[in-house]
Structure formats: structure tokens, C-alpha cells
Design a protein around this ligand. Structure first.
Ligand code: PMP
Length: 344
């Protein structure tokens, strides 16, 4: 056989250009067309691959990072995994300071990518020297030739999505998108995507998703940081107890809050109806979309893009685990296919 070998040089070449997939059963009966931007197709299985690659490559371009240098971040979640993955391939040390609340599975995942993980006590305030913020800050000060990603306060987080997610959605919808629904955690995804899309067509509505227990919606509506809005909730990666500068509140038209229980059921529903194995916040995003649809936010001409941020495999011990669902009082175990145990 003749011809060229078709191979990628590394998984980094597979970051971005995630597919847009039309939703069917999950949105049956609502006017308009609904499309999921499925970020689980990134090699690190989440949208965070985009920011890890962009922030690290910008530091390289500016000459701040050289091979062997150290990259530091405070996260056990998707961002940590993506930074560890990019660091591995590019030859950087990766240090992640995580909270002791993080599941053992998550910590093991980070270690599998070669990251050095510091587990810090969860129940101390952010300014306590033992907190993961302070540990990361100290590491950054002590380790020469290190950079601190600081995703909640890094403008490059927004830029990564302005340069990739936004243009992809615009091209994939042939400019016909009318509404974007996206979760807000750091705010990078929604803000960067929104900035690009609004430049193309200012009429596109940008609909943010927030959690009950988070300050974002109230801040958007009143410009006030209301501590009373803060209480514990289950959804990971959505909402916040501070105001991140990586959120461009002006680019967002409105926020919709979703309940932990509804988002969990919706993620499970997406998996078993659309065959798309998605994470907790994907359920939150579609739940918000359906709450908006029920209030008449869309019509037959609407082309709604909903961002699904990550993959369901990260939540096997949570929303896809019947015992966990039971413990939260979310019990709807019957929504998973029944298991038949054969005696032997
Ligand atoms: N979903 C998940 C699972 C996440 O980890 C995050 C990031 N915190 C988000 C949604 C929100 O994305 P962003 O930080 O860009 O607002």
C-alpha cells in the first residue's frame, strides 16, 4: 500500500473542534432546534483542555515557560486533569493543590497524568496557610520558573473560548445560532464564546446557567455580592461563592438557576435517551434550557446551542451511582436500566 501515514503527533492536536449534535428525545415538544456542543470529545474529556492548552502556549510564546518549568493550579476537577495532560506532553512539572473534599478517584486521575498532588484541608478559610489557595500561592513563590494558572482570574481563560469555542459554533451553525446556553463556573466558556458570537450577531441571546447556592445570578441582576446566596450544593463546576474576573457579566443576557436534583436526573436522561454519556453540568445546562423553553423563551425559528462541558465517566460514584442518588434523597434509581443478577 502507498500513501502517507495518517497519525496525530500527540493528543494535543485533538483539542477543540468538538462536534455539534442535534438533540431529539430530550427536547421533544419544545419549539425550535436544539444542538449540544459536546466537549467530552476533547482528549481530556472536557472543555478545560482548551484553556489548559491556550494558557500554557501563551506563556511559551511570551517566553515565560521553558521545558522543565513548573505549572501550578488549584483544582481537582477538569482543569487539573487538562493541565496535567498538556504538561505531560510538553515536558513540564505539574503541581495541583486540591481540597481534601475531592474524591479519591479524582486525585488518582490527576496522578495518572503524572501530576504532583497536594491534598489540603477543606474546612479552612481561603486565607488560612493550609488552604489550597495559599499552598498554591506559596509553591508559586518558592519554585523558581513556575507559573500559576489561576483560572478564575485569568483573562486568557476567556480568550481560549473566544478563539476556539465561539468560532466553531458560528461555523457549525452556519451563522444561524439564535441562543447559547452555557454553564458558568469561572465564566470563561460563556464569556469567550459570547464575545465572539455577539461580534458576529449582537441579537444572539446568551443564557447563563447558575446553581442554587451560588452568587452569580444575583450579582448579574443587582451588581451586589450577596453572601446570603451562598450555601452548599452538589453540582461541581457550576456557580461560585466569589465573583471571578474571568466572567464578563456584560456579555451575558440572563442567568437561570437549576436544582441539584433536577440537573442529576437530566444528565441521566440525556445519557439514556441521546446515547451521550455526559457529566453533571451537562444535565444542568439542559435542565436550564427546558426551564427557559417552558417559559416561552424559544420559538419555531430558534436554533439553540447548549454546551455540554464534560463526560459522564467522571461521575460514576455520584450521579450514575444509585446509592449516592439515594443518599442525596434524589432517589429515582429506576431511571437507570434495571440490573439483573444471575445466581451462579
Ligand atoms: N462544567 C464543568 C464540569 C466544569 O468543570 C466547569 C468549570 N468549572 C464548568 C462547567 C464551567 O465552565 P467555566 O469555568 O468555563 O465557566
Amino acid at each position: 500500500m502507498n500513501g502517507e501515514i495518517k497519525a496525530y503527533n500527540s493528543v494535543l492536536e485533538l483539542i477543540g473542534e468538538t462536534p455539534l449534535i442535534k438533540l431529539s428525545e430530550t427536547v421533544a415538544g419544545f419549539p425550535g432546534d436544539f444542538y449540544a456542543k459536546v466537549e467530552a470529545f476533547n482528549p481530556g474529556h472536557s472543555s478545560k483542555d482548551r484553556i489548559a492548552l491556550h494558557i500554557i502556549e501563551e506563556a511559551e510564546r511570551k517566553g515565560i515557560l521553558k521545558p522543565g518549568d513548573t505549572i501550578i493550579e488549584t483544582t481537582s476537577g477538569n482543569t487539573g486533569f487538562s493541565i496535567a495532560m498538556v504538561s505531560r506532553i510538553k515536558g513540564y512539572e505539574c503541581i495541583l493543590a486540591v481540597s481534601s473534599k475531592s474524591s479519591a478517584d479524582k486525585i488518582d486521575m490527576l496522578k495518572s497524568m503524572g501530576a504532583k498532588v497536594y491534598v489540603c484541608p477543606a474546612h479552612v478559610s481561603a486565607d488560612d496557610p493550609r488552604s489550597y489557595y495559599q499552598v498554591a500561592k506559596r509553591m508559586h513563590e518558592e519554585i523558581k520558573n513556575s507559573i500559576y494558572i489561576n483560572q478564575y482570574f485569568n483573562e486568557l481563560n476567556i480568550e481560549a473560548h473566544y478563539l476556539t469555542t465561539g468560532p466553531e459554533i458560528w461555523r457549525q451553525t452556519a451563522g444561524q445560532i439564535t441562543h447559547l446556553v452555557a454553564c458558568s463556573g469561572t465564566g470563561g466558556t460563556i464569556s469567550g464564546t459570547a464575545r465572539f458570537l455577539k461580534e458576529q450577531n449582537p441579537a444572539i441571546k446568551i443564557l447563563g446557567v447558575d446553581a442554587y447556592g451560588s452568587v452569580l445570578q444575583k450579582y448579574h441582576e443587582t451588581q451586589e455580592f450577596d453572601k446570603n446566596e451562598i450555601y452548599p450544593y452538589r453540582i461541581e463546576g457550576l456557580g461560585k461563592n466569589l465573583i471571578p474576573t474571568a466572567t464578563d457579566f456584560e456579555a451575558i443576557d440572563s442567568f437561570t438557576k437549576v436544582k441539584d436534583e433536577d440537573a442529576a436526573h437530566m444528565a441521566r436522561f440525556i445519557s439514556r435517551t441521546e446515547g451521550l454519556f455526559v457529566g453533571y453540568t451537562s444535565g444542568a445546562a439542559l435542565q436550564a434550557t427546558k426551564q427557559l423553553a417552558a417559559k416561552g423563551a424559544f420559538d419555531e425559528n430558534s436554533k439553540v446551542v447548549v454546551i455540554f462541558p464534560d463526560h459522564g465517566s467522571r461521575y460514576m460514584s455520584k450521579i450514575y451511582n444509585e446509592k449516592w442518588m439515594d443518599e442525596q434523597g434524589f432517589n429515582d434509581a429506576k431511571s437507570l436500566s434495571e440490573t439483573q443478577h444471575i445466581e451462579y
